[in-house]
Design a binder for this molecule. Structure first.
Ligand code: G6P
Length: 441
């Protein structure tokens, strides 16, 4: 039986992970489940409800919620980390400051993602250190964003640590696609994919019998976007012919992959002007999450706690939770499942640097992960990826060297930013806003 600590116990996603763990007791049985958070008050809201859920549905699991690192990280097999350094209020600033300057305001893309990266690096490294101190044999499965920058920081600062950086975005897209084409779930799609986190392309999607699903998927996406056809297409970018005609048809003389399907996050880099035009600088995704998801989840936690029973709880296991539990199961029970992970390239994408942290399919077993070779990628994608990779590497260097100049270079180089003048104006606002979190530059 396994022992798991969820770092970021007070997250709005935690209850979903608990539900998924309970549902999977046959495949991934637990002896202990712990919550760890540096915000004890916030964590208590989620923990009080989860204690009741566990007591009713899986009383054999010992449950502990703590703000003490030693108690949290001692005797664990897995650390599931999904922390948000600075919380949703700082996410709001990551989104609003760039928008004020007419630039994409997004928590992982562009200057907002860079700002968030500077905050996340020390937070995630601290968790790795707790794990290494108290449970050196454990694996950390890290969801904390911005995943690309965090992954580069762990590559440099903790090269020997057992940490796997992951993202549920491709999983969520695959699940949506499975619904569209009538497959039971995203795991029924066998894919080839390459890129950086939130910056990648699929080159193949097959069903388990080996049938090519891409033509049907692309026909649907061209018409309806990545959602079901019953839903009005709310993404005007997908009506942009160049999305399908230029960026999907990637064939060139070097390419082994004739066509691709882009990750939806590429819209922030390919069509930043449209994204900004469709953004409300006074009410961003952070406001939406605080007004809706956070409120609903905390209200449900408080309702369960007051009722003293979770018999009628609306909490359910989500795909965010499914992926991390599936990954833990593959590592614990040697299943050799194929999963998209963020790993050091080392040749998996033949014409990208060896030390890039790339997102590619890997086989996961007790030994850890083995990346699959994605071959040579086309010039256009390679160029875009190298530019973004330089941004991410510069952010980590800026953090380590406490360098204003390198951070300015990173923001200037982001494809979402139109000029060095705009980059500097944004950076100066971000420095001011992040005083409590960033090293002094
Ligand atoms: C997806 C992305 C994550 C992101 C999350 C935010 O899961 O892959 O990188 O953090 O969405 O979701 P939210 O609902 O908070 O905007």
């Amino acid at each position: 039986k396994q022992s798991v600590v969820i770092a970021g116990g007070g997250s709005t996603y935690t209850a979903g992970i608990v539900m998924m763990l309970i549902e999977n007791q046959d495949k991934f049985p637990l002896r202990t489940l712990k919550f760890y958070d540096n915000d004890g008050e916030r964590q208590k809201i989620v923990a009080d409800a989860c204690a009741i859920i566990i007591q009713e549905r899986a009383p054999e699991i010992e449950f502990i919620a703590t703000t003490e690192p030693e108690e949290a990280f001692t005797d664990v097999d897995f650390v599931m980390a999904h922390i948000r350094v600075g919380g949703l209020p700082m996410r709001g600033l990551d989104e609003k400051i760039p928008l004020k300057h007419g630039v994409v305001g997004q928590e992982t893309c562009g200057p907002g993602g860079i700002a968030y990266g500077m905050r996340s690096i020390p937070g995630v490294i601290e968790l790795v250190e707790f794990m290494e101190q108290y449970s050196p044999e454990a694996w950390m499965l890290n969801y904390s964003n911005p995943a690309s920058i965090v992954a580069e920081a762990t590559r440099i600062l903790k090269p020997d640590s057992k940490i796997i950086n992951i993202c549920d975005m491709p999983v969520a897209i695959k699940k949506g696609i499975a619904d569209i084409i009538g497959l039971a779930d995203g795991n029924d799609i066998v894919d080839r994919y390459y890129g950086l986190n939130h910056f990648g392309w699929w080159t193949e999607m097959l069903d388990k019998s080996g049938n090519d699903l891409l033509p049907k998927i692309k026909e649907h996406v061209a018409k309806w976007g990545y959602g079901p056809s019953s839903v009005e297409n709310d993404n005007p970018l997908l009506e942009e012919a160049s999305w399908m005609d230029t960026f999907q048809k990637a064939k060139d003389s070097y390419s082994v992959d004739p066509e691709t399907l882009p990750n939806t996050y590429l819209k922030y880099y390919l069509f930043p002007d449209d994204v900004v035009a469709h953004s409300d600088p006074t009410f961003t995704r952070a406001d939406e999450v605080m007004a809706n998801r956070e409120k609903t989840i905390f209200a449900e936690c408080q309702r369960v706690a007051a009722a003293g029973t979770a018999a009628e709880t609306s909490f359910e296991a989500g795909e965010h939770a499914e992926f991390i539990v599936q990954l833990a199961g593959a590592l614990a029970y040697n299943t050799y499942e194929r999963m998209l992970l963020i790993v050091e390239n080392n040749g998996a994408v033949a014409n990208l640097p060896l030390d890039a942290m790339v997102e590619v399919p890997c086989l996961v077993s007790k030994r850890g992960y083995e990346p699959l070779a994605m071959g040579i990628i086309p010039q256009f994608q390679k160029g875009m990826i190298e530019q973004q990779l330089a941004v991410e590497k510069l952010v980590v260097q800026a953090y380590l060297e406490q360098s204003y100049q390198k951070l300015l270079q990173a923001i200037t180089l982001s494809k979402t930013v139109p000029s060095a003048t705009v980059a500097k104006a944004i950076l100066d606002d971000l420095v001011e806003a992040n005083q409590a979190y960033w090293p002094v530059l």
